[in-house]
Design a protein around this ligand. Structure first.
Ligand code: CTP
Ligand code: CA
Length: 223
């Protein structure tokens, strides 16, 4: 019932959120994927809903239940995610792209499960489209937020992504730190802005990280 008491400071905002991993099938029973749990993106969707936003959540496969009061679109592959997002882009005022989109997919998807196809044939990969970069190329007045999963320091790599994808800001998080990241209920991030400003968000529940991200979405949306 928390949501009832939350001030509706995002009333009127139409927010598109992506979350979770994608699955890139090799055949009907095998796929390439990553350990994203979807929790950070779901936390953003739920926090925005509680603050009065209209929310569409495009989600890769996760173990999380559909949040109430949010339109959930379930997809599997990066190509499906791209289509679901592009179909709703015109509608949105802001996009938070928290999904861990697989960078590659198998060149060929076998229709039948065949016993142990040669690895060279099974694992021939082609790059997936960069969904967020496509959104950035048609940015207009929209607020665009990306995530950058990095090991090591990563600030300069995150800055590069922010500029290359034409975002308002990017959320830098680390995949190999104790107690934060992929499956954890907590996160520790750095928000990196276009003007070079950075804001450190110390370790806290993902829901509180989500609220900090949304504070900035709100400010950018209003301006
Ligand atoms: N992203 C996307 N489409 C892709 C890959 C990434 O929309 N095909 C988005 C992610 O959802 C994230 C941001 O781009 O918001 C950065 O993702 P990340 O994997 O950190 O960066 P990449 O550009 O894929 O670069 P690399 O993995 O090589 O570091
Ligand atoms: Ca990537």
């Amino acid at each position: 019932l928390d949501g009832f008491l939350t001030p509706k400071d995002l009333g009127g905002l139409r927010l598109l959120v992506s979350a979770g991993p994608t699955r890139e099938y090799l055949d009907p029973v095998r796929f390439l994927s990553n350990p994203s749990s979807g929790r950070m993106g779901y936390a953003v969707a739920e926090a925005a809903r509680d603050r009065g936003a209209e929310v569409v959540l495009v989600s890769g496969p996760t173990a999380l239940p559909d949040p109430w009061g949010v339109e959930v679109v379930r997809v599997e592959s990066a190509l499906e995610m791209r289509q679901a997002i592009l179909e709703r882009y015109a509608w949105a005022d802001a996009v938070v792209m928290a999904a861990a989109v697989a960078d590659y997919r198998p060149a060929e998807v076998l229709k039948e499960k065949e016993p142990k196809v040669e690895a060279e044939r099974l694992l021939r990969l082609v790059p997936n489209p960069d969904i967020l970069k496509e959104l950035g190329e048609r940015k207009g007045q929209k607020v665009l937020v990306g995530f950058a999963m990095e090991t090591g320091e990563g600030l300069e790599r995150a800055r590069g992504k922010l500029l290359r994808k034409n975002l308002d800001f990017i959320v830098l998080n680390w995949v190999n730190r104790e107690g934060v990241g992929f499956a954890s209920p907590e996160n520790e991030v750095v928000l990196v802005f276009r003007d070079g400003r950075v804001e450190e968000v110390s370790r806290r529940p993902k829901r509180q990280v989500a609220d900090r991200i949304l504070d900035h979405v709100k400010a950018l949306w209003a301006s």
